[in-house]
Design a protein. Structure first.
Length: 462
C-alpha cells in the first residue's frame, strides 16, 4: 500500500477511533476553515498541555495551584456571570463588598472605608498609585505649588509592577538600591529620597525575592516625623501582595497595616495566600477620602447609575465568589491553620536543606517571612544554582527557580522554594532528597561544561 493510500485509510477510520491531530499538525497560524468535533478540540488542547509543567511542582509561583473541589464547582458554575454587570448581578456586587469589608477589618481600618476588586495586585497597585498621584496633585494645587514633577519612593526589593506604574503614569521612580547583606529597606534608606514632590512611599510585606518585609513600622515613623517637621504629608502604601494574608495570621502583633497612621492604602493578591486561583486582587483604602474622587466614574449604564474604579471593565465573577468561599469556608481559624502548616513545613524543609551540606539559607533565622525557603550554595563548586535548578527539573520536574537579586545585590544568586498547602511534610522531605540527588549528579559529572549550561531563566515575580 502506498503511503498516500495508507493515510487515506487511516483518515477514514480516524473519525471513529482517533483524533485527526495524530496525523495532522495543530492549526497554528490562521483560523482554520473548518471546525472539528468538540472531543477533538478538547483532546488537541489537553495533549499539548501535557508539555507544560505540573502546577503542583511549580515551587516558583506564589499563585494558588490547588483549590477544593467545592470551590472549583463554585468557579465553574459562575463563569458566565460578568462581574461588571452590577445592575443584573447585585448579589455578586454585594459579595465583593463583603470581601472588601472583611479585608479592611483584617487590616485594622479605623472605620468605614472603600476598596476595589482587581485582576491582581498589579491592577491594584496601578489604581493605588494613581490615587496617590491625584491626591498629591490636589494638595499641591491647593498650596499653589508646582505639580509637574511627581516622584514615588520604593526599594529595589519591589515587584516590577512599581516601575511599570511609574513609566505608564509618568512618575519619577526613586529606587533605593539594596545591599548584598540587606535585602529589604528601612527608614534610614528612605529618608534621603523623600521630598515635597513625593506622592508616596511603597513598602513591601513579603518580597518576591526572599519573602521578608521592609521595615514598615520604621518607615511609618519616619513619615510621621517628616510630616511634623517639614510639613510633607507623604502617604505610605503597603504592597502586601503576598504578605497580606500571611502576617495577620502568623504575626498578628506586628503592626504593618492601618494600625500605622501613614499607611493609607494596601494591596493584596487574593490569588496568592488568599488561596484563590489566578484572577483576583484587592485594593483597600484606610478611609474613603484616601481614594481620589476624580478617579471614580459614575456612569449610567443599562439604566442604573454605577460607580466604578477599575482599569478593566468586563471580567469574571468566579474568583470574587471563590474568595468569599474561602473566607467563609476557612474563617480566621482556617487561614491561621493553613499558614502555620505551611510555615512549619517550610521550617522543616529549611532544616533539611541546611543539613545537606552544600547550601546555606538566605535570611536571618527567625525573621518574619513568607512560608518559603531561600538558599544558595555555601561555597564554589563546579556548578552553580542555575545548574542545580535545571538538574532538579530534569530529574523530577520540580520547578525551583534560581535567580540573581536586584541591584546592588545583583551578583548574588539564590534559589527559592515556596511551601504551599500541596507541599506537605512528606513531599517537602522528598524535595530535599531530590535536591541532594541533583547535587550528587552534578558532582559526579564534575560540574557542567560552560557550553552545556542550560540557564533556565526563571522569573521570580509571579
Ligand atoms: C505578585 C506580586 C505583585 C504582582 O501581583 P499580581 O497579583 O501577580 O498582579 C506585586 N507585588 C508583590 C510584592 C508581589 O509578590
Amino acid at each position: 500500500m502506498s503511503e498516500a493510500d495508507f493515510i487515506k485509510r487511516i483518515e477514514a477510520v480516524a473519525s471513529q477511533y482517533g483524533n485527526r491531530f495524530l496525523l495532522e499538525p495543530a492549526p497554528d497560524d490562521r483560523l482554520p476553515e473548518h471546525g472539528m468535533t468538540a472531543v477533538d478540540a478538547m483532546r488537541l488542547i489537553g495533549e499539548e498541555l501535557v508539555l507544560d509543567g505540573i502546577p503542583q511542582r511549580n515551587l516558583a509561583t506564589f499563585v494558588t495551584t490547588w483549590m477544593e473541589p467545592e470551590a472549583q464547582r463554585v468557579i465553574a458554575e459562575n463563569l458566565h456571570r460578568n462581574f461588571i454587570d452590577h445592575a443584573e448581578y447585585p448579589q455578586t456586587a454585594e459579595i465583593e463588598q463583603r470581601c472588601i469589608r472583611m479585608l479592611a477589618d483584617l487590616f485594622h481600618a479605623p472605620g468605614e472605608t472603600t476598596g476595589a476588586r482587581t485582576q491582581g495586585s498589579s491592577e491594584a497597585i496601578m489604581l493605588g498609585g494613581l490615587s496617590l498621584k491625584w491626591k498629591w496633585r490636589e494638595r499641591r494645587e491647593k498650596a499653589g505649588k508646582d505639580t509637574t514633577r511627581p516622584n514615588l519612593v520604593f526599594g529595589g526589593d519591589v515587584h516590577v509592577v512599581w516601575e511599570k506604574f511609574c513609566r505608564y503614569f509618568d512618575v519619577e521612580p526613586r529606587i533605593i538600591p539594596l545591599q548584598p547583606d540587606r535585602l529589604t529597606i528601612g527608614p534610614e534608606d528612605v529618608e534621603p529620597y523623600v521630598d515635597e514632590n513625593t506622592i508616596g512611599v511603597a513598602a513591601v510585606l513579603g518580597t518576591t525575592f526572599t519573602g521578608h518585609a521592609d521595615d514598615v513600622g520604621g518607615i511609618n515613623d519616619l513619615l510621621v516625623r517628616l510630616r511634623e517637621s517639614k510639613g510633607f504629608d507623604v502617604p505610605l502604601h503597603v504592597d502586601a501582595a503576598s504578605g497580606g494574608f500571611v502576617w495577620p495570621f502568623l504575626y498578628p502583633d506586628t503592626a504593618w497595616d492601618f494600625r500605622l497612621e501613614q499607611v493609607r492604602s494596601i494591596n493584596v493578591s487574593g490569588h496568592k495566600y488568599g488561596l484563590v486561583y489566578p484572577g483576583i486582587g484587592w485594593l483597600v483604602f484606610r478611609e474613603r477620602s484616601d481614594l481620589a474622587e476624580d478617579l471614580v466614574f459614575y456612569e449610567n449604564y443599562l439604566g442604573k447609575t454605577d460607580a466604578t474604579f477599575t482599569l478593566n471593565f468586563s471580567t469574571g465573577s468566579s474568583m470574587v465568589l471563590a474568595q468569599y468561599y474561602n473566607f467563609v469556608r476557612f474563617g480566621r481559624e482556617g487561614y491561621r491553620y493553613i499558614m502555620e502548616t505551611m510555615q512549619e513545613n517550610a521550617r522543616r524543609l529549611a532544616q533539611a536543606i541546611a543539613d545537606m551540606g552544600p547550601f546555606r539559607l538566605v535570611g536571618t533565622p527567625g525573621a518574619e517571612q513568607l512560608p518559603l525557603v531561600a538558599f544558595q550554595l555555601a561555597e564554589e563548586r563546579g556548578y552553580d544554582e542555575f545548574d542545580i535548578a535545571s538538574q532538579l527539573a530534569a530529574e523530577r520536574g520540580w520547578m525551583v527557580p534560581a535567580y540573581t537579586l536586584p541591584p546592588n545585590a545583583d551578583h548574588v544568586t539564590i534559589m527559592r522554594a515556596l511551601v504551599k498547602l500541596t507541599l506537605g511534610h512528606g513531599m517537602a522531605l522528598t524535595l530535599a532528597s531530590d535536591l541532594a540527588a541533583a547535587c550528587d549528579t552534578l558532582d559526579r559529572k564534575g560540574g557542567l561544561h560552560e557550553l552545556d549550561r542550560k540557564r533556565v531563566k526563571t522569573g521570580t515575580g509571579y
